[in-house]
Design a protein around this ligand. Structure first.
Ligand SMILES: *Cc1c(COP(=O)(O)O)cnc(C)c1O
Length: 374
């Protein structure tokens, strides 16, 4: 790359400050190098697929593709409002919650502003912060878990937004809602607290809340959600945010006028109507999350306790037993996990809870990797 110099004018368009500091997001792999069957456990997708009702609604939408979608996604917002007992006017939908997170950054972070996220937090946050010209400020975690005091310590005059994924990806850990309330209480009212609850449906803990109540009570808290995970609609790109009217209004001003497609609106609303499908997904995870964790620990691997639909597996890191070597070995057997070195976790892999067959295959392959044929 050529460096802009003072003497020679630059003869091509140059992105504004910050853009070229961004390391582009690298999604989980979707191909293996060997094996007869592919087990894709790299992107926290559901092994159950979407509700048949959602697929049907998606197909029906194919009959009317010449028409623009409803720009305010009314049917989808109404379905979300009903399912969660909240007001439709306080909901905005987006092309995945990735878009929502980016809209928040663009509306609330300007050049030189700071935004805080946690050490192993979701990588979309620093990308969105930098894309807005902002400065990402990293708060250390404790035991791979959000550490509220570290966030509070890093709030400055320049802080505009705090991003917290609860539960977090790729660690799978969560903080009790009392901690989120403590964080909120410590933030100046001008700081926007973004609660990213992409995995909320999977969490089975009495002290967990996704944040709906706190959003309802505050003027500086929003909650982001997605249809990509438990609803199995990642391909359609549907996310949403619940927030104060002023924040929803700001994002509505800068979003694309038709940012959610008609098939996505239809499929999302249908997915919400199928409670039984969501419950099956939760039940499958409740069965396999502890089984996978226990089996991997039995192989001598450390597994960070997860409340979501994936586990973070820590490898010994010694020669022959690194995460990269484990990944290569699994890929040669058709098993695709997620490398997480870019999250500051070079010795770990993230494994999505898959079908019974995929889980068993992964455990068997890792047994082989760790202990050989025996
Ligand atoms: C998967 C995920 C999202 C959302 O993804 P979209 O597909 O863009 O809706 C958001 N936050 C976290 C922490 C995630 O893991």
């Amino acid at each position: 790359m050529t460096k802009p110099s003072d003497t020679k004018p630059i003869d091509r368009p140059v992105p504004r400050a910050g853009v070229l500091d961004i390391a582009a997001y690298v999604p989980g792999k979707s191909k293996a190098t060997g094996g007869t069957k592919l087990y894709k456990l790299s992107s926290n997708e559901t092994p159950l697929g979407p509700s048949p009702k959602a697929i049907e609604a998606y197909r029906a939408a194919a009959d009317n593709l010449e028409f623009y979608p409803d720009g305010s996604a009314s049917a989808l917002r109404a379905a979300i409002a009903e399912a969660h007992g909240i007001k439709a006017e306080r909901i905005i939908c987006g092309a995945g919650s990735d878009e929502i997170l980016n809209l928040i950054a663009h509306a609330y972070i300007g050049p030189g502003d700071e935004a805080i996220y946690t050490q192993h937090g979701f990588l979309v946050y620093p990308i969105a912060i930098r894309a807005s010209g902002g400065i990402p400020v990293v708060a250390p975690e404790k035991d791979f878990t959000t550490y509220v005091d570290a966030i509070i310590d890093r709030v400055s005059e320049k802080t505009r937004v705090v991003f917290v994924a609860n539960p977090n990806n790729p660690t799978g850990t969560y903080v009790p809602f009392s901690e989120i309330r403590r964080l909120h209480a410590a933030l100046p009212p001008r700081v926007l607290l973004v609660l990213d609850a992409a995995y909320a449906e999977y969490v089975r803990r009495n002290d967990y809340e996704s944040g709906i109540e706190l959003v309802g009570q505050s003027s500086n808290v929003v909650m982001a959600r997605t249809f990509s995970k438990i609803h199995g609609l990642a391909a359609l790109r549907i996310g949403w945010m619940y927030g104060p009217p002023e924040v929803v209004d700001a994002l509505n001003r800068i979003r694309g006028p038709f940012n959610v497609s008609a098939p996505a609106i239809a499929a999302g609303a249908a997915a919400l109507s199928d409670r039984a499908h969501v419950e099956s997904a939760v039940a499958h995870n409740e069965e396999w999350l502890p089984r996978v964790t226990y089996a991997l620990e039995g192989l001598g691997l450390q597994v960070t306790p997860s409340v979501a639909n994936f586990v973070l597996i820590h490898f010994p890191g010694t020669k022959g037993k690194t995460a990269a070597e484990a990944d290569d070995y699994l890929l040669s057997h058709g098993i695709v996990l997620r490398r997480v070195a870019s999250y500051g976790l070079p010795d770990a892999l993230r494994m999505t809870i898959g079908t019974a067959e995929a889980n068993e295959a992964t455990i068997a392959a890792l047994r082989h990797f760790m202990h050989g044929a025996g």
